[in-house]
Design a protein around this ligand. Structure first.
Ligand SMILES: [Zn+2]
Length: 194
């Protein structure tokens, strides 16, 4: 089952490695003002990973411009954190997706395993079906799926589109990288709603 991979610290260590690469690319690109970026990570206390979640999960990688008068904050895309959501991104996808699966019992077991309560799952389902489809990201990205993914089937349809082997870290990497544009500041803003 999907969740077995996600219960291993090695899965999360792998995603941290991916985040480090994304961060390095952002650092190299520098600040739009031409200044250099210095590490200025945000503290995080994520939920829903595994026991012995790597220590690296106490931080969201982030940078600050070193130029006086700018000091702009640059937070790279992430395959670990879904914006400000407390639960880790893979869990927000998986648990909501399993609710749409054929087995309510399995979905319940999964919620218990990751310690997600009903209300949180209900919020996630609203997020995937009502908020996410309205983001500028999805309005462009949806065109890559042929046939079209039905909004009513989100996020299950994304899981099915990307995860071909349940034990494949690479499949998860592709899915989470695909979603990563919504993990940065403003990535989830939709017109008319702040
Ligand atoms: Zn700058």
């Amino acid at each position: 089952m999907y969740h077995e991979l996600i219960r291993h610290a090695s899965f999360w260590a792998f995603l941290f490695f991916v985040d480090q690469q994304l961060a390095e690319a952002a650092r190299k690109a520098g600040c739009p003002c031409g200044g250099q970026l210095h590490r200025a990570d945000y503290p995080r206390k994520p939920r829903g990973g595994c026991e012995n979640l790597p220590e690296s999960y106490g931080k969201r990688l982030s940078f600050c411009c070193d130029r006086d008068g700018c000091r702009k904050r640059v937070t790279p895309r992430s395959v670990r954190f879904l914006g400000r959501k407390v639960y880790l991104g893979a869990v927000v996808v998986l648990v909501a997706a399993m609710r749409q699966g054929p087995s309510p019992r399995r979905a319940r077991e999964l919620s218990e395993l990751f310690e997600v309560d009903r209300r949180t799952i209900a919020r996630w389902r609203v997020f995937w079906r009502e908020h996410f489809p309205q983001t500028p990201f999805w309005k462009v990205a949806r065109s890559r799926f042929v046939p079209k993914l039905a909004i009513a089937n989100l996020p299950r349809a994304l899981l099915d589109a990307f995860i071909h082997r349940e034990d494949s870290k690479e499949d998860w990497k592709r899915l989470l990288e695909f979603l990563s544009p919504i993990t940065v500041t403003g990535g989830l803003l939709i017109e008319g709603i702040s």
